[in-house]
Write a protein that binds this ligand. Structure first.
Ligand code: PLP
Length: 481
């Protein structure tokens, strides 16, 4: 049985075994009623003494995940509470793997059919869908539908609609300090597609890709799907630890980062780290994949520019999305490609799906050109400030002694850390039963989980609902404390 263990991280071995087995049970790799190896044989498999295995088994027996039958061994219980299993749907998205060793398999990811994304308080990644200017958007889309001609219904440019690329380039230059022209912009169906495209274009099978740890589960999935080896690199208050990245060796081909607003912990990468990262990439001829997914929204300090704008050596591939600034179902994202890579990216872009649907591209180009987009962003900034403040006030009032707010300067979610001993998967599952949708922080780890916490989205719910939701969170946490 494969359980990733790492002696270097300070998490006791029995805890790593316990976590690994519990995960395997919850995400269905170990099935109800299945017999698990004896402590002696698992200890031998893992190359550890029997004591930590016994301790882990005892804990799992005590918590009811395992049952022992005298004389016939130890089995996964047939009565795992539904709410624990349901946590899979919310998001046991990231298989654990040994840090540094990487992994290609994704054995415990839920099937797409299990993906559910209700618009409820704390749902991560959703903007204020209730405040979207539907009437203006509907008018633009209807106008574009009426204007369809045989030419417009034929195949489109794999790079994307020219007028949209021009509008995006202008927006990125002025608001994100991205150095670009329209000829560098490729339109793709969201940043997930941008990640897949970058991986397909730049990586070979088994290439090593460094990622922030904890980091974005969508990126984990994209690189796993590309058969890359995932190399987690820790983050701290200044963002990705570049010294740790350097220690991972010279063979790293690419590094994925969220420098403007680290996903999930929320800090901004410091200027000195940015320079160090750019320097590292240039020296190693490695690529930097910059995911700038939600930095239109900053509440405290001035907007920070992109990492791409600081890069003079064409190492950064910048990607962005309209999923947060507008709505995810629009499925429009973009890649800013360094000129030397343009032809390769365009080839891959064609290979994937030739081109992205043009109706929304046209509507979006108009939305940007006619000023609707800038107006919408302005309105959303103040709406999100209000929503964030309602959430923070509620957290302080109802959960002040129970959670530590990690960072709340930007974006559409706040990450909170849970008190020692609380299990974020279980808390998230209980919140799910109460109609809320927090994502457990532990989903963001490629390697062993170091912190338990929750990602609390505040974009899609009105302030009063968020405040009320913190009361439910407090109840749930107190039940568990
Ligand atoms: C870090 C990060 N990148 C990208 C995205 C957006 O992905 P997409 O554009 O595919 O909707 C998200 C959405 O939650 C995200 O959290």
């Amino acid at each position: 049985m494969h359980l990733p263990l790492d002696r270097a991280i300070g998490v006791p071995i029995f805890r790593q075994i316990y976590d690994g087995l519990r995960r395997a049970i919850l995400d269905g790799r170990l099935r109800p009623g299945q017999r698990i190896p004896s402590t002696r044989s698992l200890a031998a498999d893992l190359g550890v003494s029997r004591l930590p295995v016994l301790t882990a088994y005892e804990q799992l027996l005590h918590e009811g995940y395992l049952v022992g039958r005298t004389g016939s061994g130890t089995f996964v219980t047939r009565d795992i509470p539904d709410h624990l299993l349901r946590s899979r749907a919310i998001g046991r998205l990231t298989p654990q793997s040994r840090p540094g060793a990487g992994t290609r398999a994704a054995p415990n990811q839920p099937s797409p059919a299990s993906w559910s994304f209700p618009v409820v308080p704390f749902q991560i990644g959703l903007p204020a869908l209730d405040l979207f200017p539907h009437a203006a958007w509907a008018k633009l889309v209807a106008r574009e539908v009426r204007a369809e001609t045989p030419e417009r219904l034929a195949y489109g440019d794999p790079a994307g609609l020219r007028s949209l690329r021009v509008a995006i380039a202008e927006h990125l230059r002025t608001s994100r300090a991205v150095r670009c022209v329209a000829d560098q912009i490729l339109i793709v169906p969201g940043s997930q597609a941008a990640l897949r495209l970058a991986a397909a274009t730049l990586l070979e099978r088994n290439d090593r890709v460094a990622l922030e740890e904890p980091g974005y589960f969508g990126a984990h999935r994209a690189f796993r799907a590309a058969a890359a080896q995932l190399v987690p690199v820790p983050v701290d208050a200044d963002g990705l630890n570049v010294a740790a990245l350097q220690r991972r060796g010279a063979s790293i081909r690419a590094v994925y980062v969220t420098p403007s607003h680290q996903y999930p912990l929320g800090m901004t990468m410091s200027a000195s780290r940015r320079f160090a990262l750019l320097d590292w990439a240039a020296r190693h001829q490695a690529w930097i994949l910059e995911d700038d997914y939600d930095s239109e929204f900053r509440y405290i300090s001035r907007p920070v520019g992109s990492l791409q704008g600081m890069d003079a050596r064409d190492r950064v591939i910048y990607m962005g999305t309209f999923s947060k600034a507008l709505f995810p179902a629009v499925r429009v994202g973009y890649v800013v490609v360094p000129p030397p890579l343009w032809t390769r990216f365009l080839e891959s872009r064609f290979a994937f799906d030739i081109f992205a649907p043009t109706l929304y591209q046209r509507s979006l180009a108009e939305f940007l050109k006619t000023g609707h987009f800038a107006r919408h962003l302005r309105r959303m900034r103040s709406a999100y400030l209000e929503r964030r403040d309602a959430l923070l006030r509620g957290l302080e009032r109802h959960c002040g002694d129970l959670v530590e707010v990690h960072n709340s300067d930007a974006g559409l979610h706040v990450t909170v850390l849970l008190r020692e001993g609380l299990d974020d998967q279980e808390v998230a599952a209980r919140l799910g039963r109460r109609g809320l949708a927090a994502i457990p922080l532990s989903n963001s780890y490629v390697g062993p989980v170091r912190k338990q916490g929750l990602l609390l989205g505040f974009g899609c719910a009105a302030p009063q609902r968020l405040h009320a939701a913190t009361r439910i969170l407090s109840d749930v946490l107190r039940e568990r404390a």
